[in-house]
Design a protein around this ligand. Sequence first.
Ligand SMILES: [Zn+2]
Ligand SMILES: [Zn+2]
Length: 105
Amino acid sequence: MLVLLQSDLSRQGVPTGAKGVCGSCQKPIAGKVVKALGCAWHPEHFVCARCGGELGGGSFFEKDGVPYCPRDYGRLFSPRGTPLGAMGTFCGALGEVEPSGRPWD
Ligand SMILES: [Zn+2]
Ligand SMILES: [Zn+2]
């Protein structure tokens, strides 16, 4: 009986071991998974909307539900602009900064 149940599940497209469906390609994620913005993502599919760089292993910023790497977010949305030389400080401050306006609300 148990065997029959399992084959039913796989026929319905529920792969055992899947950790979610990728928010980008809509395919099941079986290996490494990045959870962000309320979705699960393949690490290679959770990328900066501006430069396409993978964000899975590091920090990122969100604007209107779109993820950006800290470098591009600073360039695009920082009110005063973020000088290249201050990038280390900008990244290091991640988590302490209270974004004004909370764009995701
Ligand atoms: Zn994907
Ligand atoms: Zn970027």
